[in-house]
Design a protein around this ligand. Structure first.
Ligand code: ADE
Length: 249
């Protein structure tokens, strides 16, 4: 897989050279290019942003450097193509990133990431990109970061660990929270040695070596945890009933 990242802060992406993703790059499973958007500016100040039309606070990313960067990275005459690259623009107003999208992106041969900053991208950046390459605007959660770099790190890590060969034991991918076929439950609690620590004991069910009972215990724990922390993940029939508050009178 080839990954290119467009950013105003290339150093922000340096953690990708560490750990699992770093090893995937070293072994050649993943090829990474990080590009400074200012490479595609032509004025003395290397300007990438300007004030919003219609007024309002903050600055907006101008479209020209993005257009030129994509021209260079994609080459001329590209059109959106199922076998071609896919562009992910990171923005808090994007579609929510989740494990299903991570799995989809892990199947691609080439991904490009665009990291926004300031008040966001001029809307024509995505509109024009869609004419050249499959494009998604993606958010990593309902909160606002200072820019898309940390979001890109999260997405790239979630995607690269699903690329075959990156994780030694693929079983660890199917057991974890949000894994497909997991009934969308959170992961059950896990324990290791010592059996007793500061007055806290490992649940006795895990010592009996009875595989079916351990599996049933884990399933129940995962359900209880999901009910408590993420009821929105439960199947509709198990969703807690919300009783509308009666209005005055
Ligand atoms: N840029 C700023 N906040 C973001 C978010 N939540 N997701 C993706 N990109 C962002």
């Amino acid at each position: 897989m080839r990954i290119d990242v467009l950013t105003l802060f290339p150093d922000y992406l340096s953690p990708l050279r560490l750990s699992l993703v770093g090893r995937a790059i070293e072994t050649g499973l993943v090829e990474l290019g990080v590009h400074d958007l200012r490479t595609w500016t032509h004025d003395r100040h290397r300007t990438v942003d300007d004030t919003p039309y219609g007024g309002g606070a903050g600055m907006v990313l101008r479209p020209e450097p993005w257009g030129e960067a994509l021209d260079e990275l994609l080459g001329p005459d590209t059109a959106p193509d199922a076998d071609g690259p896919r562009l992910i623009l990171l923005t808090p107003s994007g579609r929510p990133f989740d494990q299903a999208l991570a799995a989809e992106l892990a199947d691609e041969r080439r991904l490009l990431f665009g990291c926004g900053r300031y008040e966001g991208f001029d809307a024509r950046i995505a509109e024009h990109a869609r004419t050249r390459v499959r494009t998604d605007e993606v958010s990593v959660g309902d909160y606002v970061l200072n820019g898309g770099e940390v979001a890109a790190l999260a997405v790239i890590e979630a995607v690269v660990r699903l690329v075959p060969g990156v994780i030694g034991n693929p079983e660890s991918l199917t057991e974890e929270s949000h894994a497909p076929g997991h009934d969308r439950l959170l992961e059950y609690p896990v324990y290791t040695k010592p059996p007793s620590w500061r007055g806290l004991d490992v649940p006795a069910e895990l010592f009996r070596g009875h595989h079916a009972r351990i599996a049933a215990w884990r399933q129940e724990q995962a359900r209880a945890r999901t009910r408590e922390r993420r009821p929105d993940l439960l199947p509709p029939a198990e969703q807690p009933v919300v009783v509308a508050e009666a209005g005055p009178g």
